[in-house]
Design a protein around this ligand. Structure first.
Ligand code: ATP
Ligand code: MG
Length: 698
């Protein structure tokens, strides 16, 4: 089994440290794991993979990783060509395998991979599996919001469904390059619709079906789709949400701005609402069930160039107006497939469940494309993770024998708050790998996830990446090396992360700064839709020569990377630069604190002060004593300079619909600039803001 312990435990592990360091060769970014004398900080806390896990792992030891990593950066063309050759290409790519201008000083940013190669990602996700003996393997297990509602599709059934929809879309005039907006909840029809678009070369833009009519209208007006695909209603938890009404409002809004949509294909989601109760506009609205099943179950593939667009997706909007990120076909295909395989140590017998919605990049790369390119069996869950009770996730894990479970820190923290008993009453013995994405995972949440959910048996892949990167950038490879709770560990193959200072100068060794990448990787986004200038300004101009992630990062003495949050969130207290993530982790390690969000506010003496919003564990009342004890925890763990100046009790925190804390709004509340809260349309529950304001001076 794994052992959680301090660095000295590493000595007791069979694999010698010498092995780890000897492979490091010229790759200076990855240092040998050195032994920390003092176990005082998180960075000395190592969690070792069991020998049993290592023996079966795709990357069983550090040397194997280093060997592959070295080749991937020294010979990226060769490394990625070999992997790309495992997929079906109607015509092989030309030379060079990739070309990039990564430096704004040398002209427009331009990234191309496998140019001239002709392929189709839907073919590679579905047909290729059907043809290679996986026709009867389950592609999707679907679980409805209400316990007891379930369905499944084999790869050959999935192919038939995809083809019917693809044929319909072609018949109504959707052509290669046309945009299609998909506004659907987590029904099987969502990945089906994505794949059907890809099959005919149409560019899908999935809009998370929790967005408001305004947000949807904004996106419709931006990408001007030929068709909008939706459903009449959905049940999430105990609420019924009438999606079609939201679409109607959005379509009315966009037609006022002279973007009119002629076709709204609507799936009748009978579990939530009967068609008779749905508002209808004849001529524009068509029931999916009335038309799609009549079409043939096979459909010719539209072969596309590797650099033809695959999809357009708006970022989650944590920091402002969402950006329309454009991904192309070939590089994205190769990258998502490869990252999925290695970061989750994927084996054909796995049953994989990612709790993300297809409305986010995680649902694109790691519900649909990455897993299906590997022929995986994927669980798609429609409902809320704690409905009808906080044990629902583990119920689903046991039901489908899920082996890989991938989720977000926000869910981990909320389940932790509900108590262990909801977890331990389920077996969970099928689990072998866990994953986390979306925000830095606090070490205490990491440990709970590891010890309680994974019974101290399953490695956690804390995957750092972005909508823009298409796939994982810095991620553990389970079994490859010891983990540190809260660190995303090392870069994925082909990725060369660098940490730069304010002036854009690369810093070596153990350091903190701005996280950048210095070379292109196949899954990189190629532009912001319709705004290449904003693409360059946001990502390539801040530090010329590099892609700038917007995130802050620390590299410790062992070479492990620790994400410290967005750089706009770094607080400067009396000259100390403090990452919000660090203070939040200290607060969350307090047994009575469930979640924390930290922002800076103007402070007369210190320049900036630390303002902490805290959510408490179920049933714990807020008190003066608790306030003091929270502050003490931070003083003890980080130091007096990081002690919060203000603790603000928060029954709930404002989050994006993908579950991320929206610090932009918290900063305004902290500064009491209540009339400047800005766009709150991407918030999951706008009323928590009023609640917070009401508690501001408690
Ligand atoms: P916007 O760009 O519109 O503000 P967003 O950045 O939240 O929205 P995403 O692309 O979904 O949109 O999220 C990427 C960001 O999420 C990263 O830049 C990082 O801040 C955070 N993130 C994702 N995974 C991790 C992780 N494993 N550890 C730390 N941070 C993470
Ligand atoms: Mg972002």
């Amino acid at each position: 089994n794994y052992r959680i312990g301090m660095a000295s435990n590493y000595l007791r592990h069979g694999e010698s440290i010498a092995n780890f360091s000897s492979g490091a060769g010229k790759i200076s970014r990855i240092n040998a794991v050195t032994l920390g004398e003092s176990p005082a900080s998180e960075e000395n806390d190592l969690v070792l993979p069991s020998d049993e896990f290592c023996r079966q792992a795709l990357i069983p030891n550090p040397q194997k990783y280093l060997e592959m990593y070295k080749r991937s950066v020294e010979d990226p063309a060769g490394f990625w060509s070999d992997i790309a050759s495992e997929f079906y290409w109607k015509q092989k790519w030309g030379q060079p395998v990739f070309s990039e201008n990564f430096d704004v000083r040398n002209g427009p940013i331009d990234i191309q991979w496998f140019k001239g190669g002709v392929t189709n990602i839907c073919y590679n996700c579905v047909d290729r599996n059907v043809e290679s003996g996986n026709a009867d393997k389950i592609a999707i297990y679907w679980e409805g919001n209400e316990p007891g509602f379930q369905d499944s599709l084999t790869y050959s059934q999935l192919l038939q469904r995809v083809c019917q929809l693809a044929n319909y879309l072609k018949d109504v005039g959707v052509k290669k390059g046309d945009a299609v907006i998909i506004y659907l909840p987590m029904l099987m029809e969502l990945p089906i619709a994505m794949l059907a678009c890809a099959r005919i070369g149409a560019v899908h833009s999935v809009v998370f079906a929790g967005f408001s009519a305004d947000s949807l209208a904004q996106r419709i007006m931006d990408c001007k789709p030929k068709v909008v695909i939706t459903c009449n209603a959905v049940k999430r938890g105990s609420k019924t949400i009438q999606l079609k009404d939201i679409v109607d409002t959005a379509l009315a809004e966009s037609s006022k701005n002279s973007i009119s949509i002629d076709l709204c294909l609507t799936y009748e989601n009978q579990c939530a609402m009967k068609r008779g109760d749905t508002k209808w506009q004849d001529g524009r609205d068509v029931w999916w069930q009335d038309v799609v099943p009549k079409y043939p179950t096979s459909c010719m593939v539209e072969w596309v160039d590797a650099e033809d667009p695959l999809f357009l997706l708006y970022t989650s909007g944590s920091t402002g107006k969402p950006k329309g990120v454009l991904h192309t076909t070939g590089g994205y295909m190769v990258y998502t497939a490869t990252t999925f395989k290695y970061a989750f140590d994927y084996k054909p017998s796995d049953v994989y469940w990612c709790t993300a919605d297809c409305g986010w990049i995680t649902g694109h790369s790691y519900v649909t494309y990455g897993p299906m390119l590997n022929g995986a069996t994927v669980v798609v869950y429609e409902g809320a993770p704690n409905y009808p009770h906080p044990g629902r996730c583990w119920d689903i894990v046991d039901k489908f024998n899920v082996t890989i479970f991938y989720t977000a820190p926000t869910l981990v923290r909320s389940l932790m708050r509900d108590g262990d008993q909801y977890v331990t009453r389920y077996s969970r013995k099928s689990l072998r790998v866990l994953g986390s994405v979306g925000e830095p995972i606090n070490p205490s949440a990491w440990r709970w996830f590891f010890n309680v959910v994974g019974d101290s048996r399953c490695p956690i892949s804390d995957t750092w990446w972005q909508t823009e990167t298409g796939g994982f950038m810095i991620t553990p490879l389970p079994g490859a090396w010891p983990q540190k709770p809260g660190s995303a560990t090392f870069p994925f193959f082909g990725v060369q992360p660098v940490i730069v200072d304010d002036k854009g100068i690369e810093i070596d060794g153990a350091c903190s700064g701005y996280l950048c990448v210095k070379n292109s990787w196949p899954g990189a986004f190629r532009t912001l839709y319709g705004d290449h200038e904003r693409y360059e300004t946001t990502y390539f101009k801040p530090f010329p020569g590099y892609y700038f992630s917007g995130d802050g990062c620390t590299r410790d003495k062992d070479g492990y990377y620790w994400l410290t949050g967005r750089v706009d969130d770094v607080i400067n207290v009396s000259g100390h630069r403090i990452g919000t993530a660090e203070v939040e982790s200290a607060l969350v390690s307090h047994p009575q604190c469930a979640e924390a969000a930290v922002v800076g506010f103007e402070h007369e003496v210190k320049g900036q002060g630390i303002y902490a919003f805290v959510t408490l564990v179920e049933g714990v009342p807020y008190s003066e004593e608790l306030r003091k004890s929270l502050i003490l925890t931070v003083r003890e763990q980080i130091g007096a300079f990081a002690a919060p100046d203000k603790i603000h009790w928060a029954p709930g925190l404002p989050k994006t619909r993908s579950g991320k804390i929206m610090r932009r709004i918290l900063r305004k509340i902290a500064a009491r600039q209540l009339d400047e809260l800005g766009d709150t349309s991407t918030l999951a529950e706008p009323n928590v803001v009023d609640q917070l304001i009401a508690l501001a001076d408690c």
